[in-house]
Design a protein around this ligand. Structure first.
Ligand code: GDP
Ligand code: PGA
Ligand code: MN
Ligand code: MN
Length: 612
């Protein structure tokens, strides 16, 4: 074993608690070496990964990696929030006793990094100096070099963040051990993997995956689960799976900020990178603050609800990203950006990459192309039309590369929130947009968010399920307590944000086409929502909220049929009535659900009943 002190001295770690933590896990996992990393190590680590074959060149400072074929998505069943309090158990957090899970993870991790380097990644999940920075520091330990490269792109990484702590013990301990991926029984009754957040010990223990969603602990486990728990215990903040954008109106000079939750692979990144449609571009500009996580709190000076993105990069879905859908994303992953692609199709000879929807048809000559499994496309059997890229293939790039990044994204202040939206893939029932009357109804709407499962998590794609607040995979404590906390935090704000539910994914039942063109045109319903908040439009009242009239929605240059428009701007009362029964059962599964939420539910149900 290495001399731990020498390695920590070389890495500049002065915080004694951090040193103790690293030494403990280095010994337990049996790592052969310790290396403390910072963002400045990127080029060297890239070179090492290329040399070792962990990355391949993908043209002009971009890289390609392939993950183990049974390790391509987050695993919700194997993800656990553990604490020492049984009352922390919720419907979705897979609660387990802390003592049991810590013992189990230690047993799995013992000796599991033998012969490998343990990389020490000190990180900060906040802009420096932000009000929530005290909850944002962590140290990830990982035995996987590509995880380091992803973390450098996705978080602020450097030893200064942990050395400078006022309370030297106030960092999250985040341990990632890959394990022997080929022998973990993924998806079988003998599955060895567990992804555990020991929330009341501020310790994260993930074993059995090197896929980003399971292995980038600053982002997923700390940024969402741990922070949600911390925000609740401290009574200070919310940590949500939200995108966060700014909309600048050049005519009035006003700036608006909207955040919102959609389940994984349902459009957050695309919305945050949205280029205003041509017809509106002269007047509006959309800026990117965040595409996956927002922490929200009430700003002391102004009394308003504020939000910030704790991340430093984008871990985006590749599928369907092209010049038409998302030119901003293509610029973000252009030559020279240092982008890492995972599980797309790749041509080693030229370093070219491709994914479904990148172009209308795949490259005409398949020779030399490998699919995401590394198999030559040219060797495929006749009729094999399986995708070239994995449906959850991803790109990882830093915020600096995003052309519409907000000028003030790195400022400590954060931004005031004007609107909070929820959405997901819902093929019927949900209109394009419906504005919600008040906070309680907003929380009710979030809790009853129903959407189709996507490829970002293991399991059946396309199955409709409830995904409260798009947080189903990230719920850290009971949903009733969560609802109470949400009502308290947002309710304390002087000026209330407007809530709304949006849906870009309604389909024609006959041929399955998306009724709304989506992508850049999604700005239109958001502008309507802001106008509604400003009292500039009235909309039409329905039992489930206020929806735009055709005239109010700016449709200049939108290519949509009358039938499709009619469908996405109307409410199918009977379909909604059916839904209300499911909601009743769904909400009943939550303990300690605040009475305000039930009142909102009954109000919507009564309004629907009056529409007979
Ligand atoms: P995120 O995981 O929530 O950030 O979702 P992304 O923005 O990465 O999008 C996930 C998938 O949905 C990608 O394949 C996108 O091309 C697709 N998508 C995003 N926005 C829209 C939209 O407005 N309409 C349609 N039809 N697809 C969209
Ligand atoms: P996504 O982010 O929501 O953009 O897919 C990653 C994840 O939630 O796994
Ligand atoms: Mn996400
Ligand atoms: Mn995303």
């Amino acid at each position: 074993m290495v001399d731990i002190d020498t390695a920590l001295d070389a890495g500049g770690v002065t915080n004694p608690q951090v040193r103790e933590y690293i030494a403990y896990w280095a010994e337990l996992t049996g790592a052969a070496r310790i290396e403390v990393v910072s963002a400045a190590d990127d080029a060297r680590l890239i070179a090492e990964c290329l040399e070792a074959g962990e990355l391949e060149p993908a043209g002009d400072g971009r890289y390609y990696s392939r993950s183990y074929h049974k390790d391509t998505a987050r695993s919700e069943e194997r993800t656990v929030v553990a604490t020492s309090r049984p009352t922390d158990k919720g419907e979705y957090n897979n609660w387990k006793p802390a003592a049991e899970m810590v013992a189990l993870q230690k047993e799995r991790m013992a000796g599991a990094s033998a012969g490998k380097t343990m990389y020490v990644i000190p990180y900060l999940m906040a802009p420096v100096g932000n009000a929530l920075a005290p909850w944002a520091t962590g140290v990830e330990l990982t035995d996987c070099r590509t995880v380091v490269l992803h973390m450098i792109r996705m978080a602020r990484v450097g030893v200064q963040y942990v050395n400078d702590l006022e309370d030297p013990n106030s960092f999250v301990r985040a341990v990632h051990v890959t394990g022997d991926l080929e022998n973990l029984g993924q998806g079988t009754p003998d599955d060895q993997r567990y992804f555990v957040t020991v929330a009341d010990e501020r310790t994260i223990l993930h074993y059995g995956s090197s896929y980003g969603g399971n292995a980038l602990l600053g982002k997923i486990a700390h940024g969402l689960r741990q922070a949600a728990y911390d925000g609740w215990v401290s009574k200070k903040f919310l940590a949500e799976q939200y995108m966060l954008i700014g909309i600048h109106d050049k005519q009035t000079g006003k700036d608006y900020h909207i955040c919102g939750g959609f389940p994984s692979a349902s459009g957050k990144t695309n919305l945050a990178m949205m280029l205003a449609p041509d017809a509106l571009g002269d007047r509006y500009h959309v800026s990117f603050y965040g595409d996956d996580i927002a922490w929200l709190w009430v700003d002391e000076a102004s009394g308003r609800l504020y939000g910030m993105n704790p991340e430093y990069g984008v871990f985006g879905v590749a599928k369907d990203t092209n010049e038409g859908t998302n030119p901003t994303a293509l610029d973000s992953i252009a030559p020279g950006t240092g982008t890492i692609f995972t599980n797309i199709a790749y041509k080693p000879e030229t370093g070219e990459v491709w994914w479904e929807g990148r172009t209308k048809n795949p490259p005409a000559d398949p020779h030399g192309w490998l699919d995401w499994l590394g198999k030559p496309i040219a060797d495929r059997e006749e009729g094999d039309d399986s995708p070239w890229a994995h449906p959850n293939s991803r790109f990882t790039t830093t915020l600096d590369n995003v052309p519409n990044i907000a000028k003030d994204y790195d400022e400590p202040a954060g931004v005031p929130i004007d609107a909070i939206i929820f959405g997901g893939r819902t093929r019927d029932r949900e209109p394009l947009v419906r504005a919600i009357h008040d906070l309680a109804e907003g929380v009710y709407d979030g809790l009853t968010l129903g959407a189709e499962a996507t490829a970002a998590a293991e399991g059946k794609e396309g199955v409709l399920r409830y995904d409260p607040m798009s947080n189903r995979p990230f719920m850290a404590y009971g949903e009733g307590d969560y609802a109470r906390h949400y009502l308290d935090v947002v309710g304390a704000a002087k000026e209330q944000p407007i809530f709304a539910h949006v849906n870009w994914f309604q389909r024609d039942p006959e041929d399955g086409h998306f009724r709304w063109p989506g992508y850049r045109d999604n700005l239109r319903p958001l502008l309507w929502l802001l106008q509604l908040k400003n009292g500039e439009v009235k909309g039409q009242e329905t039992a489930v909220g206020i929806i735009p009239t055709r005239e109010e929605l700016n449709l200049d240059g939108v290519d949509i049929s009358d039938a499709d428009l009619e469908a996405i701007l109307s409410i199918d009362v009977n379909r909604w009535k059916q839904e209300m029964e499911h909601r009743e059962e769904h909400l009943s599964s939550f303990e300690r659900l605040p009475e305000e939420i039930w009142v909102a539910h009954r109000r919507v149900a009564a309004a629907l009943d009056q529409q007979d």
